[in-house]
Design a protein around this ligand. Sequence first.
Ligand code: ZN
Ligand code: FE
Length: 253
Amino acid sequence: MPLEVLTVPCLADNYAYVVKGPDGVCLIDAPEAGPIIDALEEKGWKPGVLMITHHHHDHVGGVEELREKYGLKVMGPKAEEGKLPPLDMGLTEGMNGGGGEGYTVPIDVPGHTLGHMAFHFPNAGALFTADSLMALGCGRVFEGTMEQMHDSLQKLAALPPETMVYSGHEYTTGNAKFALTIDPDNTALHERVKKVAAQREAGEPTAQVSLAEELATNPFLRTSDAGIRATLAMKDASDAEVFAEIRRRKDAF
Ligand code: ZN
Ligand code: FE
């Protein structure tokens, strides 16, 4: 049975995900409970597990209401245990759970927060990245260093390119405008910007995309690209330095 993923818009621009695998239904992040409950009820699904990516309020605001309603097990990064709602299980990198398409492995992706985790479903080719790798962008580096965030993104970039990436916010339109200033001659990027505009016009989410498409268009993954390095006048810099410069420019954009 293949994995079924529901994208659930929450708050102003967040996404929660409902993932149905062979072992049951699991939730990824809970910005608020209402829209997630509606999505579950429409399907007649009852979740058993909720996995949290990081401690920011817009990812955990609905946890207690969902816990109470469904009696689900709450899991999240052990490293952020003190900042999260009480965890039934603290996760560390490489731990795994579930089976078949639902087999899940957490990956440490520090930078945005120090304990941020992405959840990889290798048998299903799905990756839930929240505010680490984002569609055409990445999260702001609040707690970690630029170097850490760069390493985190590189770790995700090394997964199979056909992996579907599901990120935490609908920021793609703004990210696209910025990406064009860093990588103006990238035809794949121009194509994607057009696609994103059409999707938004149709009211569709755009933060769910293949890793291959990200690798071809996301400037934060393309630090070794000669064109980007020329635009930034950073021909001989390290990849981490190029990443840091792109992130700084984005912060000021
Ligand atoms: Zn966040
Ligand atoms: Fe967020």
